[in-house]
Ligand binder design. Structure first.
Ligand code: SF4
Length: 225
């Protein structure tokens, strides 16, 4: 369904932000999976540093991480939150991918979207967002991962219901946009959420999509009180 307001928001965000270069290349799904597990409840800088530490110590493939000592993985991830649990999860996930999928996620990801998603969701530590990130970025599947920025911004902009849970927000956004735009929608809503539509103090005065936003008056009032 074409929604003119939704299209205008996307067009404006495209004009405002440059798409990061890495989004144009399909990344190794296992690396994407590991980075996304590390990123859970962790900011970008700490995620990057933890992944760098892990990559310096280990080759990032299922065989190496399945056979690594959990304590050694832990040491690399210390900069990330919940590092003990994440180390355990990374080792378990690596063991399963090695045992069940012979160390290769390609076949699993070549399944139809919902089947591949179901397989991913069976892995320990993999929730809907992590599964959707792997599916979108490393398998080019038509899904929109809903992270904290995408969730907040899409609700403020009235693109998704205020009280919608993960699946409702995902379905709402996917119904508004062409599947070819899902990657752009995901990235641009994140960039907008970091730059303008911040969690505590959104910069509505400078916001490039304020003319489409039903929440701007609410935040204006809030600033006045
Ligand atoms: S006007 Fe304010 S609340 Fe609306 S999208 Fe922009 S920054 Fe967010």
């Amino acid at each position: 369904m074409v929604d003119t307001r939704a299209e205008e928001i996307l067009r404006t965000l495209r004009e405002t932000f440059a798409m990061p270069k890495w989004t144009t290349s399909t990344r190794d799904p296992f690396r994407t999976l590991i980075v996304t597990i590390i990123s859970q409840n962790t900011n970008d800088r700490n995620t990057e540093n933890a992944f760098k530490n892990l990559s310096n110590k280990f080759r990032i493939n299922p065989e190496t991480l399945a056979n690594a000592k959990a304590l050694d993985i832990e040491k690399s991830l210390k900069v990330a939150g919940l590092y003990r649990n994440k180390s355990k999860v990374i080792k378990q996930v690596s063991q399963i991918i090695l045992g069940k999928y012979h160390g290769n996620m390609k076949q699993m990801l070549s399944l139809p979207l919902e089947d591949a998603r179901r397989e991913l969701l069976q892995l320990p530590g993999v929730g809907p967002k992590t599964a959707d990130v792997v599916l979108l970025f490393s398998a080019g599947k038509p899904t929109i991962p809903i992270d904290t920025h995408v969730n907040r911004v899409s609700k403020r902009l009235g693109l998704a219901p205020e009280d919608g849970d993960y699946e409702i927000v995902r379905a709402a956004l996917q119904s508004l946009y062409d599947s070819r735009d899902y990657l752009a929608v995901h990235i641009l809503l994140i960039l907008h959420g970091r730059r303008y539509c911040r969690a505590r103090t959104p910069l509505c005065e400078e916001c490039p999509v304020s003319s489409f936003c039903p929440s701007k008056n609410f935040f204006k009032q809030k600033r006045l009180t």
